[in-house]
Write a protein of this length. Structure first.
Length: 439
């Protein structure tokens, strides 16, 4: 196989791209994919190389075919002060053991047992939204609801917590550990070194400390009230695991167990607010009767709507890996210890893969249109480390979206939101919707 030269952005060209990549990273990355190709090397000098991946076959190679050669990236390891050795950043046999332990909590029968909690929390949200007369930002309400569902379904069912505080600290951690923040800090430290200045001390993640205290509170409550433990926490306690490992597991759930689904629901409602005809199609499909979790398989169009929203706004827009050994794929040679960023956002909007790449078009997800797209559509990741909570997230979304549409009509004057791509995709100024009760 002939080895090609990887399209590269370096030197002055990299400096010229720095500002637009910081100001509007996702649109700029789309432009670069169209101009340079689906695989691009960003080369800032020694130890500052990043291989950007927006090619489905390359994604298959990294996440499945040659997965043993790609470990979690140091970009993710920045979260270790918060997540410890939990499932989100662990590797090898440790990860396999954690995955095996958590998997039963996300089996279909177990997920159905969460319906009462989901229904109760969603009703509280509906009651709250029914009082709004003006357009408002929806994310915080949704984030708190999803967090309460996660805690009450998987950990403890009766513990009073300040969920608004948890969401605030979570968002602070996401902001301070995003790849954008890390790259800016790395550039600042490099500049200080060249200028002969001492390195700036890294600020402690005080939010991470507070989240660890909350995780300890949940653990201690579970140990003191075993009858109030939910399935997952009870199983961890029954295995006599150390407090540290259980606390790490709780922190990993808080980090990855609610915010991605909250993002998916927020963006789905945003997309529907801009497409009232799609709201009517979902309502026609589900009818007027109360929906149950068992009903969701009978509503394929609703699922297509959710999938399409996650195509346009994948909650986790990038996946990071580091190569262990030198490797080659897609006609290119890559070094050992290379940093790779798979970009689901650009992958999901590639005109080669999608008929209407930048439009909200749920028919993308008709069965006949999805053949061979396993690595072109990766909102939950792909391969061995695909998100373990995917079945629960899809259950929640397919239940919540039509239930909310039965109660409310959504509209907005925001057609093109200002996306803020931290670790999780959010809106820079909030998703502001008008939520009107149906007559």
């Amino acid at each position: 196989m002939d080895i090609k030269s990887i399209p590269s952005i370096r030197g002055l060209n990299l400096l010229r791209n720095a500002a637009p990549l910081i100001r509007r990273p996702l649109p700029r990355l789309q432009e670069l994919v169209q101009k340079k190709g689906k695989i691009i090397e960003f080369n800032g000098g020694k130890h500052q190389q990043l291989f950007f991946i927006s090619d489905a076959e390359a994604v298959r190679h990294i996440l499945k075919t040659n997965k043993k050669n790609f470990k979690r990236s140091p970009v993710i390891k920045a979260l270790k002060p918060l997540l410890g050795d939990g499932i989100f950043i662990s590797e090898g046999e440790t990860w396999k053991a954690q995955h095996s332990e958590m998997k039963p909590s996300f089996h279909e029968a177990q997920i159905r047992s969460y319906e009462a909690v989901v229904r109760e929390e969603l009703q509280d949200l509906i009651d709250s939204w029914s009082t709004h007369k003006m357009a408002f930002v929806i994310e915080k309400d949704i984030e708190c609801m999803m967090l309460r569902i996660m805690v009450r379904s998987l950990l403890v069912c009766d513990l009073e917590l300040d969920y608004t505080e948890i969401v605030r600290h979570q968002n602070d951690v996401l902001e301070k550990t995003s790849i954008q923040t890390q790259k800016i800090q790395a550039f600042q430290q490099s500049f200080r070194k060249r200028a002969g200045l001492p390195p700036r001390r890294k600020k402690e993640l005080t939010s991470a400390t507070r989240l660890a205290q909350i995780a300890t509170k949940i653990l201690e409550h579970g140990r003191s009230h075993p009858e109030k433990c939910c399935f997952l926490l009870a199983s961890m306690l029954n295995q006599n695991r150390s407090d540290a490992s259980i606390r790490d597991a709780i922190l990993n759930l808080i980090f990855a167990g609610y915010d991605t689904t909250a993002s998916a629901l927020s963006w789905t409602l945003f997309a529907l607010a801009n497409h009232p005809e799609e709201q009517e199609k979902v309502l026609t499909e589900v009818g007027e009767n109360s929906i149950s979790v068992r009903d969701i398989t009978a509503h394929p169009y609703t699922k297509q709507v959710v999938q399409e929203a996650m195509r346009l706004y994948p909650p986790v827009w990038s996946i990071h890996r580091q190569s262990v050994e030198e490797t080659s794929f897609c006609g290119y040679q890559f070094p050992a210890n290379g940093y790779f960023m798979i970009c689901s956002y650009t992958l999901h909007r590639d005109p080669e893969y999608w008929e209407h790449p930048n439009l909200f078009y749920p028919d993308h997800f008709l069965p006949e249109n999805m053949k061979g797209k396993a690595f072109q559509y990766i909102p939950f990741g792909q391969g061995e480390r695909i998100c373990i909570g995917r079945p629960m997230a899809m259950m929640e979304l397919q239940f919540m979206v039509p239930t909310l549409l039965q109660k409310f009509e959504f509209s907005t004057n925001q057609s093109k939101p200002d996306i803020k791509p931290g670790i999780i995709i959010k809106s820079r100024n909030g998703i502001r919707l008008s939520v009107q009760l149906r007559g």
